[in-house]
Design a protein around this ligand. Sequence first.
Ligand SMILES: [Ca+2]
Length: 136
Amino acid sequence: MAGFAGFGAQSTCDLLAISGSHSSDLPGSEVSTVTMATPLEEALDVMINTFHKYSSKESDKFKLKKTKLKDLVTRELPSFLGKSSDEAAFQKLMSNLDSNKDNAVDFQEYCVFLSCIAMTCNEFFEGCPDKEPRKK
Ligand SMILES: [Ca+2]
């Protein structure tokens, strides 16, 4: 992926080479396999790009201030927010995420946030294996 920060084309090729010969059974598919990201790689790309989409509007491009975090959660994670979009609940979320108390959410704190959501979703769906793991 073009926007995959830190993952140059060369290192992506190396990773694919390490992962074995899964493309060899499809003749002529080597080029597309190298350039095409897997769903997980795409998910990571989306995680990174979503952060920068909002952080790039700030004076510090590597942090999300409270208003931008609120924009991100409201627009990108609407099912997480649900109907509890009151200010107090959001202030609590912000204070929980801001582990170093600098009044901003940096990329590391954002990753912890997404990991927590992923773990919560995983625990939720462990109890109902027949359900489609798409919606809460
Ligand atoms: Ca912080």
